[in-house]
Design a protein around this ligand. Structure first.
Ligand SMILES: CC(C)(COP(=O)(O)OP(=O)(O)OC[C@H]1O[C@@H](n2cnc3c(N)ncnc32)[C@H](O)[C@@H]1OP(=O)(O)O)[C@@H](O)C(=O)NCCC(=O)NCCS
Length: 380
């Protein structure tokens, strides 16, 4: 068998391969800063809101004026309700069911109730994107409450996206710094080019299937621990370590066994993930407020060891895991919160794919046997 790595036009994992054209986001080589349609994510985190970022992504890079934003917010909050049949059904699924599977099923079920499921026009795609963004958090919060033995809480129509999610989970309006911390993490998670889940959504969209099917595929791809699943795995690891005094040995043991540390490294960033310090700053604010500082003490030790030993840096999933924990959310919702945010990027990519579509259907390098005669069963 040939050495696959040396085949012409082949890169394992499509690393470094240009698989399409996109105007939505890029990592600016000057400073490794992530840009959404040219706007720095760091600035968007400080000066805008998740809803404004959704508007930007879904409207081909246009920032809304005050009226646009008000209308967009109004549309999003008016779409938050989910048919009771769906919430009831999903809340009755076995309690062990993974939250990502619940969200994947939720989007599938939404398709049956959406009158525009089969309409791939631009206007319908935009309307469906808003509905998906609005409804997914409602299902997620309902499931959290039911598993905690509480009844779901109806969405609050006048709260922002992040604040409303915390309201639906806790049944009371969150403190502004809690809502802001979640909002910032959602902005950071909104979009990141041709990552595995977005590429999955684009591959599906390129067949001219519907938006819901594309998003179902994307959720499945995001679930994996090498992608979105890393945030919850990182928090389970921190909880398993439990004590800053044990962190260094724990990590060195894992490295000695050649195990990967979740929440570190990145396919695109090679020196740092510029989103990580932004999210960490807000997580630190929560830690200072609550006095729960051990998660950051452990994180600092792990970051130091991984930089020294492997030149690895934390990606956004590592501080996000701590931030969500400090918000009092169950670890199982870490990756689903990535979905809550990334729907914006996925939908933007589905629409971009549609605007200049070509079926995505790459070639393979075949390594199986050449043509041979079938041998009847009694002669084998
Ligand atoms: C994100 C990721 C898949 C990128 O992977 P990639 O570009 O395919 O790079 P590789 O997995 O081939 O890693 C290259 C080298 O760095 C090491 N490495 C990369 N990430 C590592 C991690 N998190 N922990 C330990 N070692 C790591 C690999 O073991 C490999 O070492 P080797 O050359 O000695 O075999 C990888 O960094 C990873 O698995 N990280 C953990 C999961 C994670 O946090 N995912 C979220 C990404 S936002």
């Amino acid at each position: 068998m040939p050495n696959n790595k040396t085949l012409p036009n082949y890169a394992p994992g499509l690393e470094g391969v240009i698989a399409g054209v996109s105007a939505i986001s890029k990592v600016d080589p000057a400073g490794d800063e992530l840009l959404y349609y040219g706007y720095k994510v760091s600035q968007l985190c400080e000066r805008s809101s998740f809803e404004e970022v959704c508007y930007l992504l879904l409207n081909e890079g246009r920032l809304p004026d005050k009226k646009d934003l008000e209308n967009f917010r109004g549309k999003m909050s008016s779409e938050r309700n989910v048919p009771a049949e769906i919430t009831d059904y999903l809340c009755k699924m076995p309690k062990e069911a993974h939250y990502m599977d619940i969200l994947r099923s939720a989007v599938s079920l939404f398709a049956h109730f959406d009158k525009q499921t089969e309409d791939n026009s631009k206007a319908a795609e935009l309307a469906k994107s808003i509905r998906l963004l609005a409804k997914v958090p409602t299902v997620l919060a309902a499931r959290v409450r039911v598993l905690r033995g509480n009844k779901p809480v109806s969405p609050h129509q006048s709260l922002g996206h992040a604040a409303n999610f915390l309201y639906m989970v806790n049944g009371e309006e969150p403190a502004p710094d809690f809502a802001k911390a979640l909002d910032v993490s959602l902005i950071c998670y909104a979009e990141h080019g041709f990552n595995a889940s977005t590429f999955t959504a684009r591959v599906a969209a390129s067949t001219l299937t519907d938006m819901h099917s594309s998003i179902v595929g994307a959720i499945g791809a995001l679930k994996g621990p090498l992608h979105g699943g890393a945030n919850e795995k990182a928090m389970y690891m921190l909880r398993e370590i439990g004590d800053p005094a044990k962190a260094e040995k724990y990590i060195r043991d894992k490295l000695a066994k050649k195990e990967k540390i979740m929440g570190f490294g990145h396919r695109v960033y090679k020196k740092k993930d510029s989103r990580a310090p932004i999210v960490k700053k807000y997580a630190l604010k929560l830690a200072e407020k609550s006095g729960e500082k051990k998660w950051h003490e452990m994180s600092d030790i792990i970051e130091r060891v991984l930089m020294a030993e492997k030149k690895l840096f934390p990606n956004v999933d590592f501080p996000a895991a701590v931030l969500y924990y400090l918000l009092g959310l169950p670890i199982e919702v870490d990756t689903p919160l990535f979905v809550v945010s990334r729907i914006s990027g996925w939908c933007a990519h589905v629409m971009e794919q549609r605007a200049d579509n070509k079926l995505i259907r790459p070639d393979q390098h075949y390594t199986g046997p050449e043509a041979r005669e079938y041998i009847s069963i009694d002669k084998r």
